[in-house]
Design a protein around this ligand. Structure first.
Ligand code: FAD
Length: 479
């Protein structure tokens, strides 16, 4: 049987684009469909615009610190329209690069939504039908909003980059990395931020001490973080809410509502919470989880197995139950990170187009949370490790010299979880400025199986924060 293409990729995000390009480089005939913008979540509404917003938001503290260091500065307010225009042209530029890279690799681009007609046929929203020997589903995920009354008034991370103006106040619901990062970003940009999380601590799954220090740091910077708290209902604020009518329970400060939404924004949202409060916010943002994009694209009809969380079920080689259909990235709900989607795409090409079966290695993936303070992590948390084997915990928390000089109370955390038996460093957790940069390098050592003694044999780089990683002599505790 002959096919139009050797490979057809559905989704032009991190995983799909890389797989398409590397497959085409082997001489395969490749097509790719993207229904929205090339680059996917990471480039258009994830990692990239978010990190640029992290940079933008960090200047408010830098201005304060600069004055402590002797600079004569007067800072004005953040000008969102200026930033937003620049952000949009940067995203256009990056999208253009992605298209050029695909073009240059001879990948045929189809702008439209694709769905499966059968194990070898893709139907496009443009009406075309295309056959392919292999089909790779890389459709990513989308934010999920809870079924709370009035939830349709809120926004998600999809909309946050496209706001016409900055809200004066925002309620962020969620305790994961996206919620916590945006709490820091918006707080740094001058927005009054309240964060609700229904659990006992934010950043579930990360090391407990690290989570605790991040949460403390976020509170110290002004984020009004409420744990064990959720929303009950929300609705558009009424005149009575805005004028501070007590019958509606809007908290009052000196005769005006404590969180009066900006009239310029043209809308306020009244929120009732499980802690009994009723308040009005300019915006409400849900960061309450993400779901794989698997519905309405003919997957189950083609015989592909869908898991309990709506994800495509794949084996170690990213192959689905249907031999001609593979899936990579967020849609498989393994580890939802850009470099992982890229790795999975490359392993797929290695397996299918280079005849070299390559499983994806999901062990010891370093990652960063761009909260303020930032968190970098690789390997097991203390809580995970001590369930498995006896461990020694090397840990230090201190005021770094740059913050101490500026008069800030911010503390950093450097922590190693070490196996008592093998001496291997099982986990490394850092809360500090640039923790993401540091953990990338510590991740190499941990991945190589470095022992505590290997860390100790390494000479410190002085004066840095990271030198503590090689100078901690005595375990703080054993567990
Ligand atoms: P995506 O990048 O989501 O791409 C899927 C593409 O498929 C999309 O472009 C979509 O439009 C398209 N598509 C869907 N259905 C169809 C269809 N039927 N037909 C045609 N096209 C379709 N990861 C990190 O590593 N570091 C970070 O700092 C980070 N920050 C993030 C911040 C936010 C706010 C978010 C939301 C995510 C962040 N991520 C981060 C996660 C990262 O963006 C994802 O893990 C990554 O983009 C997954 O790549 P993917 O190829 O699986 O899917």
């Amino acid at each position: 049987m002959t096919f139009d293409y050797d490979l057809f990729v559905i989704g032009g995000g991190s995983g799909g684009v890389r797989a398409a390009r590397t497959a085409a480089a082997t001489g395969a005939k490749v097509g790719l469909a993207e229904e929205y913008r090339m680059g996917g979540t990471c480039v258009i509404r994830g990692c990239v615009p978010k990190k640029l917003m992290v940079f933008a938001s960090s200047f408010s503290e830098m201005f304060e610190d600069a004055r402590s260091y002797g600079w004569d500065l007067t800072d004005g307010p953040f000008h969102w329209p200026h930033f937003s225009e620049k952000l949009n042209s940067e995203l256009d530029r990056l999208e253009g690069i992605y298209r050029k890279l695909l073009d240059g690799s001879n990948v045929a681009i189809f702008d439209g939504r694709a769905s499966l007609k059968d194990p070898h046929t893709v139907a496009l929203s443009t009406g075309e039908e295309i056959t392919a020997k292999h089909i790779l589903v890389a459709t990513g995920g989308r934010p999920v909003v809870p079924e709370t009354p009035g939830a349709e008034l809120g926004i998600t991370s999809n909309e946050i980059f496209q706001l016409k103006e900055m809200p004066k106040s925002i309620l962020i619901i969620g305790g994961g990395y996206i919620a916590s990062e945006f709490a820091g970003i918006l707080n740094g940009l001058g927005v009054k931020v309240t964060q609700f999380y229904r659990g006992a601590q934010i950043l579930r799954g990360f090391d407990d001490e690290a989570r605790g220090l991040v949460a403390e740091g976020m509170r110290a910077k002004g984020i009004d973080l409420h744990l064990g708290t959720n929303i009950v209902e929300m609705r558009a604020a009424t005149e009575a809410d805005l004028s501070g009518d007590h019958s509606h329970g809007v908290p009052m400060e000196g005769g005006v509502p404590a969180q009066l939404p900006s009239k310029a924004a043209g809308h306020g949202i009244w929120v009732k919470a499980t802690n009994g409060t009723e308040k009005v916010y300019d915006q409400v943002m849900f960061a309450t989880g993400r779901a794989p994009n698997t519905s309405g694209i003919g997957l189950e009809e083609a015989g592909v197995e869908i898991g309990r969380r709506g994800e495509i079920v794949v084996d170690d080689y990213s192959q689905t139950r249907v031999p001609s259909i593979y899936a990579i990235g967020d849609v498989t709900n393994r580890v939802q990170l850009t470099p992982v989607a890229i790795r999975e795409g490359m392993a797929f090409v290695e397996t299918v187009f280079k005849g070299n079966p390559t499983p994806v290695d999901h062990h010891l993936i370093p990652s960063a949370v761009f909260t303020q303070p930032e968190l970098g992590t690789v390997g097991m948390t203390e809580e995970e490790a001590r369930e498995i084997e006896p461990v020694e915990i090397y840990c230090t928390s201190f005021k770094p010299m740059n913050h101490a000089f500026a008069g800030r109370d911010d503390r950093v955390l450097m922590k190693l979880v070490v196996s008592k038996e093998t001496r291997k460093v099982l986990g490394c957790h850092i809360v500090a400025d640039h923790a993401g940069e540091m953990i990338q390098l510590a991740g190499i050592a941990v991945k190589m199986g470095a022992t505590k003694e290997d860390f100790d044999r390494t000479v410190a780089v002085h004066p840095t924060m990271a030198e503590e990683l090689v100078t901690m002599k005595e375990p703080m505790r054993t567990a």
